[in-house]
Each structure stands twice: as structure tokens, then as C-alpha cells.
Design a protein around this ligand. Structure first.
Ligand code: NAD
Ligand code: FE2
Length: 378
């Protein structure tokens, strides 16, 4: 049985300048990024390579339509390497750009197991959440299906994942908060996955420790404190990515895709909606065992960071909810426009489209149970 696979090689650089010099970027390289990430840091290097700004092809998280338009654009270049410099949106599109063997995006989903990599892929994450730099999955909104879905292919593993904390300097607080919560969910869902190994668990636990230490500091010192821990968050999100890349996320991610697809709630924010409610559901349905071990880890780390009291018997899950609320106040689904009539179709869509994730849940989730959790979050 597989214990752990870590791909690709992970590197770090103090600055983009050092990275660009080491990689000798030239005319056969294409950078996929956003203009507001390119200008403050990359523009000064007078690079010879091609640059594509994702936002020229549509706003928000990636859709099949956006990815298809960028695929056409990239064909105008004789690209040898694609360099993704951005958040999960940029990274996931770049993963599709390097694949060969599909006519269009729908066809690529149908044939994903047989797609091959045709170009080198270098990934530089500029948020601290997705861990997408170390996974072989891209998540696109499939507009005809009305939900987000993962495309999985061995050809999507990057050739190098490069951590350059300099890029996090321009990250707005809210993107920091939602993306780092996404990383925490990756670590926790991977930890609770029945297929977790002692190796994946090690990456989960270290990521949880680093993120909770940072969150406790925010609770004590205020929002700006995250910037001093930016490098830790970037490392932690990569570690959480290694963990879930080996066994997968579960019910929280499965439930998040329906609201993400219909109401365009950003990925980290939609996971946040269901994170604590799903843990509470597990507490009710399957107390003890591995969940208790997780709760011990959560509590120990929150107490070490000065959040919560050792003599309190408050559940670690409730305490975690309070800490997350200090990082970013939680919202109900209604605040995004969700109505009662959405609840049953959301539960059905989760069952129909997200079995890949649901099968990794700590305990099995029926359609009725999913619907009940959605209802509690409305
Ligand atoms: N493939 C995977 O393994 C995986 C895992 C988790 C999430 N995802 C996907 O990743 C996407 C979410 O990615 P994300 O949370 O990184 O957000 P994102 O990439 O959508 O970025 C959020 C916003 O922040 C901006 N931004 C990013 N970096 C910035 C920087 N350094 N400075 C200023 N602005 C910056 C972006 O332009 C965007 O407007 C979703 O589509 C989700 O489904 C993929
Ligand atoms: Fe995620």
C-alpha cells in the first residue's frame, strides 16, 4: 500500500529576481499570471518571455470557458515551459495548458487518465492555500454541469514547485484568510481520511501547527500580524497540499463545490462555510477514535498559542470555530444569496458529482445527512 508520494521537487527563493536568473527565462517561456502580480515584482526584470494575464479571459475562479480561451492564446507561442505565478486560479489553468491529447475541455475531462504532459510546468504559488503546486488536479467550473469539478491527471504534476514568499506581500487580508483556511481544511480532511498514512499525517499535523500558531497570533495582535508569518503560511499550505495530494479531501470540499459553482463563492470561503459544521457532525455521529486525536492536536496548539484555557472543557471544535471567527467572521449561506429551494438540489449535486471526495470522508455521508448539514448552514 502506498505510504507517500511527493512530487515535484520543492524549491524556495528569497526573491523572484534570483528565481528568474537561475531559470534563465527566455522567449520559449510563457508566464501565466495577473497584471497586478506581474507589475510590482516581475516587470522590473525586463523578461524576454511571453506573459499572459488570466483576467483578460474572464473574472473569478477558473471555468472551462476561461481555460479554453487561454489554451487558444498559448498556442500562439512556441512554449517550452509554462510558468504559473498566482493563486489556485492561475495554477489550475496552467495545469490544463501543459496537457496534450484532448480536443477541448469536455473531451479532456472524458479522457483525463490518458492525457500526457507536452510542456514543462513550473509553479510559483502567490496565495497560501491551495497546495496546488504539489497536486495533480485542476478544479474548473464546468459551466454546462453548473458545478466545479476536478480534472485529475499524472501529467499535471509540476516539474518544480517554487516558494517565493516575496509574492505574498501584495495579498489582500481576505484572500490570505480564505486561502489559509483552505489549507487548514486540506490538512484536517487529509488527517481524518481513512486512507491517511503515518507519513501524510506528519505533513497534516505540521501544517495544522503552523497555521494555528499564526491564527492565535492574529487573535492576540490583530490582522496585520499575518504578514510576519507569511513564509510559514506558504510552507504550511504546501505541506497540507502534500498531505491531501496523497489521500484526498473529504466531505467539506465535496459540499463546497455546489455553492462555489452557483453563487461563485471563492473556494476557501465556501470550504469555511462547512468546515466546523462537518466536524460537529462527525462529533455527533462518530465520537472518539481518530477524531479525538485530531481534537487533542487542535486544542494543544490553540492553548500553546494562548487561545482557550487548559481547565476548560469546551470542545476543541467549538474553540476552533471561535478562533476562525476571529480570523474571518463566518457567514451563513443566505448571505451569499442561497435560498431554501437550493438546499435539496445542492445535496443532490454533491452526491451526483463529488463521489471522488465523499469517499474520503471520515464517516460515510448519505444524501439526507448532507442535506441536513446544508440546512444547518443556511
Ligand atoms: N488543484 C488543487 O489542488 C486545488 C486545491 C485547492 C483549491 N483549488 C482551486 O484554487 C482556486 C482558489 O485559489 P486561491 O484561493 O489561491 O485564490 P485565487 O487564485 O482565486 O486568488 C484569489 C484572488 O487573489 C488574487 N491574488 C492572488 N495572489 C495575489 C497576490 N500575491 N497579490 C495580490 N493579489 C493576489 C487573485 O488574482 C484573485 O483575485 C479555486 O478555483 C479552487 O477550486 C485547487
Ligand atoms: Fe481546497
Amino acid at each position: 500500500m502506498k505510504q507517500i508520494l511527493i512530487r515535484p521537487e520543492i524549491q524556495s527563493y528569497g526573491t523572484f529576481r534570483e528565481f528568474a536568473a537561475d531559470y534563465a527565462l527566455d522567449e520559449r517561456d510563457v508566464i501565466l499570471t495577473n497584471e497586478y502580480i506581474y507589475h510590482p515584482i516581475m516587470a522590473a526584470e525586463n523578461l524576454k518571455c511571453g506573459v499572459i494575464y488570466q483576467e483578460k479571459f474572464g473574472a473569478g475562479e477558473p471555468t472551462d470557458i476561461m481555460a479554453e480561451a487561454i489554451l487558444k492564446e498559448v498556442k500562439k507561442y512556441d512554449a517550452r515551459r509554462i510558468i504559473a505565478v498566482g493563486g489556485g486560479t492561475i495554477i489550475d489553468i496552467a495545469k490544463v495548458l501543459v496537457l496534450e491529447g484532448g480536443k477541448d475541455i469536455d473531451d479532456m475531462y472524458d479522457k483525463m487518465a490518458s492525457l500526457k504532459k507536452g510542456k514543462e510546468l513550473i509553479i510559483v504559488p502567490t496565495t497560501c492555500g491551495t497546495g496546488s503546486e504539489v497536486t495533480n488536479i485542476a478544479v474548473l467550473n464546468r459551466t454546462k454541469l453548473g458545478t466545479k469539478q476536478g480534472m485529475v491527471s499524472a501529467g499535471m504534476f509540476a516539474d518544480k514547485a517554487v516558494l517565493i514568499p516575496e509574492f505574498l506581500g501584495s495579498l489582500p487580508y481576505k484572500v490570505f484568510a480564505t486561502s489559509s483556511i483552505d489549507a487548514l481544511v486540506h490538512a484536517v480532511e487529509s488527517y481524518l481520511n481513512p486512507a491517511a498514512s503515518v507519513f501524510s499525517e506528519m505533513y497534516s499535523v505540521r501544517a495544522i501547527e503552523m497555521i494555528l500558531a499564526g491564527y492565535c497570533r492574529i487573535a492576540k495582535e490583530g490582522q496585520e500580524a499575518w504578514k510576519e508569518d507569511a513564509e510559514d503560511y506558504l510552507t504550511a499550505s504546501c505541506m497540507a497540499g502534500i498531505a491531501f495530494s496523497n489521500n484526498g479531501c473529504g466531505a467539506v470540499h465535496a459540499m463546497a463545490y455546489a455553492i462555489g459553482g452557483k453563487y461563485h463563492v471563492p473556494h476557501g470561503e465556501s470550504n469555511y462555510q462547512y468546515f466546523v459544521p462537518v466536524l460537529r457532525w462527525y462529533e455527533k455521529k462518530a465520537p472518539g477514535g481518530r477524531l479525538d486525536e485530531l481534537k487533542d492536536i487542535l486544542k494543544k496548539n490553540m492553548e500553546a498559542g494562548g487561545f482557550g484555557r487548559t481547565d476548560s472543557d469546551e470542545s476543541a471544535v467549538d474553540l476552533l470555530g471561535e478562533l476562525l471567527d476571529r480570523v474571518l467572521p463566518a457567514k451563513k449561506m443566505r448571505e451569499y444569496g442561497v435560498v431554501q429551494e437550493d438546499i435539496a438540489p445542492f445535496a443532490q449535486s454533491t452526491v451526483d458529482n463529488q463521489q471522488r471526495l465523499l469517499k474520503n470522508s471520515y464517516v460515510p455521508f448519505s444524501r439526507e445527512e448532507i442535506q441536513a448539514v446544508y440546512q444547518s448552514c443556511l
